[in-house]
Design a protein around this ligand. Structure first.
Ligand code: UN1
Length: 509
């Protein structure tokens, strides 16, 4: 494979132009947008001012009044057009994800595919925003529930899935009748601006019944996210990020009784049982633990291996960690790109020092400065054999570290997997039906996602995505996650001539 010749900056600027991002977003001395590929600045961006953010909420409030009256299937048409724009721009947007977030091209494209998938899902959903008809105890009455649009939806996203997480929220919010204001991570504003340009094309094709202010983006730092959290007019805040961030925003949203969808930290585990297909497990573990350079919420971070297979599996894993191809994520041969920034590499080094200090044996984990110099954070993924689950193994470090321990009984392994604060994703590798079902049962994994013979990462959009405990409890994407974007009204209609009261209460005047 020939080395990639285009400079990162030129590559990114060319893609932005092809995607139709207008020059007006740039400002030489504005907020720097960087690429983790070389750590360099791609462009300065104009930040959204306080007054502009205020005006954006005002426009969204206006938009809501109009959009909520557009029929659901017609709202679905806008999302269908958005899906078409995403299909047409998949290669460029996928490349921009690679350039700005550092994930390999195949994963950049996969992220855009995830956006397309949720658009398709939402289009179908736009004709299925069903409520129930419920048996009533009163004669000549009918009881039913209807789902109505909720209001402005604020979406705060993280750098690691810079566009897909917006689309999970936006596609559903739009069909549910809600305007969306997006505050992307300050580490990935370019992909957000590109998506905004594509959404603009879909809106233009859709026509006049899409109000201005339906889809907006705020570019800048944390204060803009806080603005959405504090604003009474923002009915729902969907926030993806660290548990520390969730702890800050959740009480403030609760204070004003706003709806929340929180997707916070994960510390995902897998159990490798004696009967596991080890070839399959090896591939699944490698992808889940090293893919996206360990920077998915669903990344595999803890591995519990049965003592009977430990000495077969772990040496093979060590070999995979030693040889995995690390480098420029635009090179199709690369499997592990850079970390988002040098602070992430420092955090990884600290966690590994802690692991060693409590008796862990660390394979790999070193910083690879020769790939692109000091400003870029390439690392070799680390496999840390731990005497027990302790220290850094108990928390999420957003980097490719896989902590491994041995176990004897399934009960012990499940207890260990559940003994951390986060509860996002989990899996078991086994050919034993009893073990698989036990893991999936009420007494098994306590996570929002529990898998058998696949890793904990890489979920499809059709299922509800999210987790329990410190992961925040939110659910996004498939299943009935749409209900969070709507309000439910229960209607009781009396078509008779008398007034029977519920519970047999009499109140005769
Ligand atoms: C995230 O890491 O924020 O299940 C989302 C997965 C992806 C989404 C991850 N579909 O790994």
């Amino acid at each position: 494979m020939a080395p990639t010749v285009l400079s990162v900056r030129d590559d990114a600027l060319a893609v932005l132009e092809r995607l139709g991002v207008p020059d007006t977003v740039f400002s030489e001395d504005g907020m720097p947008a960087r690429s983790p590929i070389d750590g360099g600045v791609v462009a300065g961006l104009r930040e959204t001012t306080r007054a502009e953010a205020e005006a954006a909420v005002g426009r969204a409030a206006e938009a809501f009044l109009a959009w909520r009256r557009v029929p659901g299937p017609r709202r679905g048409e806008l999302v269908r057009l958005l899906g078409e724009e995403l299909r047409a721009a998949k290669d460029d947007l996928g490349r921009l994800v690679t350039l700005e977030a550092g994930k390999i091209l195949s994963e950049g494209l996969g992220e855009v595919q995830e956006m397309i998938d949720i658009c398709d899902f939402a289009v179908g959903l736009s004709r299925q925003l069903h409520g129930l008809t419920i048996a009533t105890e009163r004669p000549d009455h009918r009881m039913m529930e209807v789902w109505h649009p909720l209001g402005i939806c604020g979406v705060i996203t993280a750098f690691n899935f810079p566009v897909a997480v917006w689309s999970w929220n936006a596609a559903l919010a739009l069909v549910c009748g809600d305007p969306v204001i997006w505050k992307p991570s300050e580490k990935t504003p370019l992909t957000a601006l590109a998506v905004q340009a594509l959404a603009g094309r879909a809106l233009a094709r859709f026509g006049a019944d899409a109000p201005a202010g339906l889809l907006q983006v705020l570019i800048g730092g944390r204060a803009l996210g806080e603005r959405l959290v504090e604003d009474e007019r923002v009915a729902l805040v969907s926030a993806t990020g660290s548990t520390a961030m969730g702890r800050q925003v959740a009480p403030r949203l609760a204070q004003r009784f706003a709806r929340t969808i929180l997707e916070l930290g994960g510390n995902n585990a897998a159990i490798v049982a004696p009967s596991a297909d080890l070839d399959l497990a090896l591939r699944a573990i490698a992808f889940s633990a090293m893919g996206t350079a360990g920077q998915r919420c669903t990344t595999l971070r803890r591995l519990f291996v049965h003592e009977s297979v430990y000495d077969v599996l772990v040496p093979r894993l060590k070999a995979a960690y030693g040889t995995v191809r690390i480098g420029d994520p635009r090179d199709p041969a690369t499997l592990v790109g850079p970390l988002i920034d040098t602070a992430a590499a420092d955090g990884m080094a600290r966690a590994l020092d802690e692991a060693r200090a409590i008796g862990g044996t660390v394979h790999g984990g070193e910083r690879l400065r020769d790939i692109r110099g000091e400003a870029a954070a390439y690392v070799r993924p680390a496999l840390a054999e731990m005497p027990e689950q302790a220290g850094p193994m108990r928390r999420e470090t957003f980097a490719p570290i896989l902590y491994v321990t041995r176990y004897r009984t399934l009960e012990e392994a499940v207890a260990a997997q559940n003994a951390v604060a986060a509860g996002l994703s989990s899996s078991i590798f086994t050919r034993d039906l009893g073990e698989a079902e036990t893991f999936l049962s009420a007494a098994g994994s306590d996570c929002g996602i529990a898998n058998v013979n696949i890793g904990p990462s890489g979920a499809e959009i059709g299922g509800a995505f999210g987790g329990e405990k410190e992961t925040g409890g939110g659910r996004e994407a498939g299943s009935d996650a749409w209900k969070a974007y709507m309000r439910r009204a229960t209607n009781t209609i009396n078509y008779g001539r008398t007034l029977p009261l519920a519970q047999g209460v009499s109140f005769d005047l």
